[in-house]
Design a protein around this ligand. Structure first.
Ligand SMILES: C[S@@+](CC[C@H](N)C(=O)[O-])C[C@H]1O[C@@H](n2cnc3c(N)ncnc32)[C@H](O)[C@@H]1O
Length: 211
């Protein structure tokens, strides 16, 4: 399943900004506001950075940003978009990424909802191994109230289409903030969630390891 969703995002890269954000300039302003409020700091790892829509805002606040994505096609767009000197892009699969260094902030947008439920624990354990002491995980995603906009073919799998009509199966676990806080606490993370309502709704999370 994760292979098919990566294939989908590789093929979608060229149409992603238009279909995900619509008005890219307006989205960039909103993103800058949200990232500014989350206060990322120090050495930042951005996971699944896609076309780099969040990367510039992170770079403005961070000492350095390492931005990874498994789709080279998306990274090519991100490299063209983001010229900040403190940003380094890398093609990498988040499930196998072992850079040998730790980060003060780990950020991801529209990624957690694509993590299969069966890999949720593995994913957060990997984050723990990437985070420096006292560091924070910051994330933005879509809340469960947006679920109706997808066509579910099983519990956590939706069918998505590219503009040319090709269909793909993608994991989409919309975020239930209360449920997420409880699940993370069981894994040793203290998480606070906020909500950002604008053109469409996002939820924002900030998590620290407590054990
Ligand atoms: C919904 S997009 C989010 C992109 C960006 N964070 C944003 O909000 O605009 C999901 C991204 O996850 C990437 N991705 C999918 N599987 C991945 C994996 N195993 N490792 C790293 N990135 C992956 C895709 O290539 C895609 O760019």
């Amino acid at each position: 399943m994760t292979d098919e969703q990566l294939h989908y995002y590789r093929l979608r890269a060229g149409e992603y900004d238009a279909t995900a954000f619509g008005d890219v300039a307006a989205a960039s302003e909103r993103i800058a506001r949200i990232v500014g409020a989350m206060r990322p700091a120090g050495r930042v790892l951005e996971i699944a950075c896609g076309t780099g829509m969040w990367t510039s805002a992170l770079a403005a606040a961070a000492d350095s940003v390492t931005a990874i994505d498994a789709a080279p096609e998306a990274l090519a767009i991100a490299r063209d978009r983001v010229r900040a000197e403190n940003v380094r892009f890398e093609v990498a699969d988040v499930f196998t990424y072992r850079p040998g260094v730790r980060f003060d902030t780990i950020f991801f947008s529209a990624w957690l909802s694509h993590v299969p439920a069966a890999r949720f624990g593995e994913f957060w354990a990997a984050l723990g191994g990437l985070l420096a002491g006292g560091g924070r995980v910051l994330f933005v995603d879509e809340p469960v109230s947006e679920r109706a906009k997808e066509t579910y073919i099983s519990d956590e799998v939706v069918e998505r289409h590219l503009r040319d009509g090709r269909a793909f199966r993608v994991v989409k676990n919309f975020i239930d903030p209360g449920d997420l806080v409880v699940r993370l606490r069981r894994l040793g993370w203290e998480c606070t969630m906020t909500r950002d309502d604008d053109a469409w709704t996002w939820v924002c999370g900030s998590a620290r390891q407590v054990k």
